[in-house]
Each structure stands twice: as C-alpha cells, then as structure tokens.
Ligand binder design. Structure first.
Ligand SMILES: [Cu+2]
Length: 140
C-alpha cells in the first residue's frame, strides 16, 4: 500500500490559485511528508472560498490545523477519519483536517480577514520537528 503510493508519488505540489476573482473556489494543494509541509507557505485571497487539499506522502498520519482564523463556511468533503484520535490532541484548532497515510483530504472554507496565519500538524512532536507553515490571506 505505502509502496504503491510512494512509486506513484506526485511531484511536490505547488500552490495553485485561480487567476481570476470569480465565484470559483481558490484551489490550494500541499503535501505532508515526515516531517514537513510542501510547500510551507500558502497564499490566498480573503473573502473567497478556498478548497484546500492535502496529500499525505509520509509514513505517519498528519493533519493540517490552524488554531484561530476568522472564516465563514467550513466544509470537509471527506468523511472524518474513524481512527483519528482527537482525544490525544492537546489543542483545539478551529480548522483541523487529518489525512491518513497515502491518502488525501479536502476542506473548504472562506477566510474573512487578511493576515498571516500559522498552520501546523497537531500530532505530538510533529510541529516541533518541522511541520509548520504559513497561510497568507491577502486583501481582496
Ligand atoms: Cu504530522
């Protein structure tokens, strides 16, 4: 299973933004590896829906979390992971999306306030090991 995904490894996904300010969601992709986000800097525009997809190419479970970010409409398109242990989390991020090994997951939300927001992985030790990044929300 893991081998199959590793051999089909996609190139590290660059951030992809829609070029025009239509009603379309801004597509943003990133990849989690052990122990980093690639890329670790994402840029989006405030007030427009974001469709954020994360692939997990690591050998461990990872998640994408933001402690606090002003937003409206949050929708996970994938079912929550059954074996994801939320009890073990020491923080309660406002935005939290777990991604199983070799899988991807998508969340949709609309950030409402320009600013720089830190994202990280809540699995104990992962943030400290380098799983941290920045989401830049630009003025529309
Ligand atoms: Cu992690």
């Amino acid at each position: 299973m893991i081998k199959r995904f590793a051999s089909a490894a996609l190139p590290a996904m660059a951030l992809v933004l829609s070029a025009c300010a239509g009603p379309r969601a801004q597509e943003v992709s990133l990849t989690a590896v052990d122990m980093a986000f690639q890329p670790n800097l994402l840029e989006v525009t405030a007030g427009m829906p974001i469709r954020l997809t994360m692939m997990n190419q690591g050998a461990l479970e990872h998640d994408f979390s933001i402690l606090e970010i002003p937003m409206e409409t949050i929708a996970a398109t994938a079912a929550p992971m059954e074996d994801h242990d939320m009890e073990a989390m020491t923080v309660e991020p406002q935005l939290h999306m777990a991604v199983a090994i070799g899988m991807s997951n998508t969340v949709e939300f609309t950030p409402t306030k320009p600013g720089a927001y830190e994202f990280f992985c809540t699995v104990p030790g992962h943030k400290e090991a380098g799983m941290i990044g920045g989401l830049i929300v630009r003025e529309r």
